[in-house]
Ligand binder design. Structure first.
Ligand SMILES: O=C(O)[C@H](O)[C@H](O)[C@@H](O)CO
Ligand SMILES: [Mg+2]
Length: 390
């Protein structure tokens, strides 16, 4: 079996969107002077879909959400020629070809995300070629079903947030992630607002349910150090990305305070990046995303690394490419889950592009043994609401 063609298309959402409501999630731009458009860097309304076809007619599907147009250019110009004509079963060799050929200017960020998309499509082909779901090629079923946490709860009106939490508590979710709206720029008022929002959610979900707190890199080290003791009474399972991804020492310092476990990794790339985080004990929960970190070939290795360091892996965003790794890895106890919503931040766009995503049932997800590959197909229902760049 040989790879015949690689097609990367950008799906730009042109349909209805929910307008941003104030600062509904702190983020790295909050600390930059004159940031009137902080939320615009945070929302992403397009996605790159990669289809790789083999000479025996199998089509593998991959995807990448970071900087979609740039990712497409990297795939078209640099990655496609490296894999066309090759045997997809040589996936490690192909991964190394892509990684090393782009190393001088790639390594992390959008290049690694583009490599991820190609790698995902290759694994989809492998599964389809032997009629097995990808998780069966990675070690198989390590759990009967995957526990998942409800991920949304952006900072809006507190009553609205409470109603949202109640609705999904009633649907059986036993773990929730909420977002902070405020950071250092909002001074003491913002500190109070942040605490009020966590209190409001705990009021609804109680203390027998897990609660995770997301900063999305919108804080700095000094602010995070002040916040940790104040947040401890709410018993969060983790505090996510308190500082920017490059401040690994900052993560390590916060984690060493041993007040709240610190999580991160959704903006880290490659096996080496994760080794650094683990060596420094910078995170207590690893949250790579398979469509950024180097695809399944890289994520599978990172899982082994995390197992050896006894650090759990709870990948970013959920979605099929991550669920297969969660299912096949004992070190991965849970998945993130974005439900179907109107298009707002962008995570939910996955539902509009692909069919095959499992729907949570009572706080659990199931992967089927009888669906080969990654189990995704392109959805036709919303096609007319996308502008597609071929
Ligand atoms: O952890 C997450 O889910 C991410 O940080 C989200 O993708 C981001 O959009 C914040 O909601
Ligand atoms: Mg996050």
């Amino acid at each position: 079996m040989k790879i015949k063609s690689v097609r990367a298309r950008v799906f730009e959402w042109k349909g209805k969107t929910v307008p941003p409501q104030g600062n509904f999630c702190s983020n790295a731009m909050d600390l930059v002077y004159s940031n009137t458009e902080s939320m615009s860097t945070f929302r992403f309304h397009s996605w790159t879909v990669v289809e790789i076809e083999t000479d025996d007619g199998i089509i593998g599907l991959g995807n990448v959400a970071l900087a979609p147009k740039v990712a497409k250019a990297i795939i078209d110009e640099y990655l496609a020629p490296l894999v066309i004509g090759q045997d997809p079963w040589d996936y490690e060799y192909l991964w190394q070809r892509m990684y090393r050929a782009t190393h001088a200017w790639g390594r992390k960020g959008v290049t690694m995300a583009a490599i991820s998309a190609v790698d995902l499509a290759i694994w989809d082909i492998l599964g389809k070629s032997v009629n097995k779901p990808v998780f069966k090629l990675l070690g198989g079923r390590t759990k009967e079903k995957i526990p998942c946490y409800y991920s949304k709860l952006y900072r809006t009106d507190l009553k609205e947030m409470q109603d949202e939490a109640q609705k999904f508590l009633d649907q059986g979710f036993k773990a929730f992630k909420m977002r902070f709206g405020y950071g250092p720029a909002h001074l003491q008022d913002g500190v109070r607002e942040n605490l009020k929002s966590v209190e409001a959610i705990r009021e609804v979900i109680g203390y027998d349910t897990d609660l995770m707190l997301e900063c999305y890199m919108g804080w700095n080290l000094e602010y995070a150090k002040r916040m940790l003791p104040k947040l401890a009474r709410f018993e969060p399972r983790w505090l996510e990305e308190p500082v920017i991804a490059d401040d690994i020492d900052g993560y390590a310092e916060l984690n060493a305070m041993n007040i709240i476990p610190i999580s991160g990794g959704e903006h880290e790339f490659s096996l080496y990046g994760f080794k650094q985080l683990l060596d420094k004990k910078a995170v207590s929960v690893v949250q790579y995303d398979t469509n950024r970190v180097g695809g399944i070939t890289a994520a599978h290795k990172i899982n082994a690394l995390c197992e050896a360091y006894s650090v759990p892996v709870i990948p970013h965003a959920g979605q099929m490419h991550n669920y297969h790794l969660t299912m096949s890895t004992l070190a991965s106890p849970m998945a993130e889950y974005f439900p179907i919503f109107d298009v707002e931040v962008g995570n939910e766009l996955f539902w509009y592009i692909f069919d095959g995503e499992p729907v949570a049932d009572n706080g659990f997800l199931q992967l089927r043994d009888d669906v080969p590959g990654l189990g995704l197909t392109l959805k036709t229902e919303y096609l007319d609401q996308f502008h597609i760049i071929d």
